[in-house]
Design a protein around this ligand. Structure first.
Ligand code: ADE
Length: 314
């Protein structure tokens, strides 16, 4: 199936040209600077592949987007947003996948990204059923710290979920997939057609078509719940039924759910976006520092969060 290997196509096309033509018109990289390996993930318009830089032997994840398919579905803008969002985030945070370079050929756009060798947090949760409270605390803290940075740069993710949380060599978290990202120019944005994944979507998006930083905090509440409970906070038999539950705040905690985690989830899964813990502007009493100060995070040392060893996944 040709859809499954766009970059193999790109690579062999690149091979049929001379290195000097593909490699360095304006000093940029091209597909033939990399050896492509395994497929790491597939989306509707893209395939992520492992790739090794031929000269440095450094390994990356390269997201290959099919230009024709994007154009036919009016999604070229989405690809541009993803790139601009990643560029805006720069090299700045260990918890966010870094964009190293972009290039294109006739058929594809290529985003050269940090490789997160231990895959999606989703597959770990699925494999283990749920995560220990300690592990959940560590990953929730890493999400909070990355959100602090991202939101400070005026970027909201809008589709945070365990599939978009990758684990690097050291089992530290890296947020990826900014294809649904938004660069904020005012505080609250009206979403035109965008709706995230049903289980993590905030009620204001369903009710008023609004998103703000606070929608990412709602998703954090859903993710923390899921890590500990091993199931979705909101889940119906269809997307529509899930939305109904989100709008009605219809969820319950399983017996034995950690009390401090429960308190935090209850302060994040709040219908009014401005009242979620951490939703205030920087300097406001309810800013992200208030979220970091929640008792659930009492044992977290924010200064060494990205340098200490990750807890064993259990
Ligand atoms: N799957 C999607 N993006 C990835 C990345 N950057 N690293 C590893 N696996 C991925």
């Amino acid at each position: 199936d040709p859809r499954h290997s766009p970059s193999r196509g790109a690579q062999s096309r690149a091979h049929s040209r001379t290195r000097s033509r593909t490699n360095s018109v304006n000093g940029r990289f091209g597909a033939d600077d990399f050896n492509f390996g395994d497929i790491l993930g597939e989306g509707s318009y893209s395939t992520v592949m492992q790739a090794t830089h031929r000269v440095t032997k450094h390994k990356y994840a390269i997201k290959v987007l099919d230009k024709g398919h994007l154009a036919r579905n009016n999604k070229l803008q989405t690809a541009l947003i993803e790139k601009n969002t990643l560029v805006r985030l720069g090299a700045g945070h260990p918890g966010i996948v870094k964009l190293h370079w972009t290039f294109q050929d006739e058929y594809s756009l290529f985003f050269v990204l940090d490789l997160a060798r231990n895959g999606e947090l989703q597959s770990r949760i699925s494999k283990m059923g749920s995560l220990s409270v300690e592990c959940s605390r560590y990953y929730a803290a890493q999400i909070v710290d990355a959100l602090d940075y991202m939101h400070g740069k005026g970027v909201i993710h809008r589709d945070l979920k365990p599939e978009n949380l990758l684990l690097d060599d050291n089992f530290r978290l890296k947020i990826t997939d900014f294809g649904t990202g938004k660069i904020l120019d005012s505080d609250v944005q009206t979403a035109k057609t965008f709706v995230g994944t049903a289980q993590y979507v905030a009620p204001e998006l369903l009710e008023n078509n609004e998103t703000s930083r606070s929608s990412d905090l709602w998703a954090l509440g859903c993710i923390l719940y899921q890590m500990i409970a091993g199931r979705f906070a909101f889940h119906g038999l269809s997307e529509y039924l899930t939305w109904q539950k989100v709008k009605a705040l219809d969820y319950t905690f399983p017996d034995g759910f950690d009390e401090q985690a429960k308190d935090l989830v209850q302060k994040l899964l709040v219908k009014s976006p401005t009242e979620r813990l951490g939703a205030g502007e920087p300097g406001n009493p309810n800013d992200i520092m208030a979220l970091k100060a929640h008792p659930f995070f009492a044992s977290i040392d924010w200064a060494t969060l990205w340098t200490i060893a990750a807890p064993t996944l259990e």
